[in-house]
Design a protein around this ligand. Structure first.
Ligand SMILES: CC(C)(COP(=O)(O)OP(=O)(O)OC[C@H]1O[C@@H](n2cnc3c(N)ncnc32)[C@H](O)[C@@H]1OP(=O)(O)O)[C@@H](O)C(=O)NCCC(=O)NCCS
Length: 172
């Protein structure tokens, strides 16, 4: 597989982002937040194609509910046909690098430890510590197969990485 380049998203990426996962309105909202400086909205590119995206909140968004923690990794998604090839890892490493370069002391992420146990274990192996001893329930918006955004009750557990103590990427 070609190497993965991670860079900030821009307006010209909208069409390609929607091919990875719609709707356009969600990506437009993230581009607006990025322009306001509350978040970094990143895309992963391989072979000249956008195959994934992810966000890093460095402040609470100007619209919608506040985040449980700041700074926080959010909304990481890789196109189904490009998964398990290191794209998700590259998106995590890029956002950790940004947090480190900004001198942030720690970095949070919220993961469903039941339905997404592999992804949860990935963060544990990178040195993230659990914030709550037990997972909690959270109402979230998700894109159903119908293409509509629906509300559902999901499990969530927050994790935190101490950026002062951790070195670079822990061995996978
Ligand atoms: C979770 C997800 C972002 C991982 O991206 P990826 O490019 O497939 O991941 P990578 O190949 O870089 O592997 C990194 C880790 O992700 C996990 N992972 C890999 N493939 C995965 C898959 N198909 N499904 C779930 N987790 C996966 C593994 O823990 C892996 O670590 P390991 O290789 O040390 O076991 C991607 O599978 C995805 O978009 N899933 C749907 C959306 C989602 O669940 N997002 C996360 C919550 S916001």
């Amino acid at each position: 597989m070609d190497s993965v380049v991670v860079r900030d998203a821009n307006e010209a990426d909208l069409g390609a982002l929607c091919l990875v996962r719609g709707p356009a309105s969600g990506h437009e909202a993230k581009l607006q937040e990025a322009a306001r400086g509350t978040m970094r909205f990143l895309v992963a590119v391989t072979g000249g194609e956008i195959v994934g995206f992810a966000s890093l909140f460095v402040a609470n968004p100007t619209t919608g509910p506040p985040k449980s923690h700041i700074p926080k990794l959010s909304d990481c998604f890789v196109a189904a046909w490009h998964r398990s090839r290191g794209v998700g890892r590259a998106l995590v490493e890029a956002r950790e690098g940004i947090a480190r370069s900004q001198g942030l002391p720690r970095l949070y992420v919220g993961v469903d430890p039941i339905e997404n146990a592999r992804w949860f274990d990935f963060f544990r192996r990178r040195g993230y510590a659990v914030v709550q001893a037990q997972p909690y329930r959270k109402r979230e918006l998700w894109l159903a197969n119908s293409g509509r955004t629906e509300e559902r009750l999901a499990w969530r557990q927050d994790l935190v990485l101490d950026l002062g103590r951790s070195s670079h990427a822990a061995p996978g």
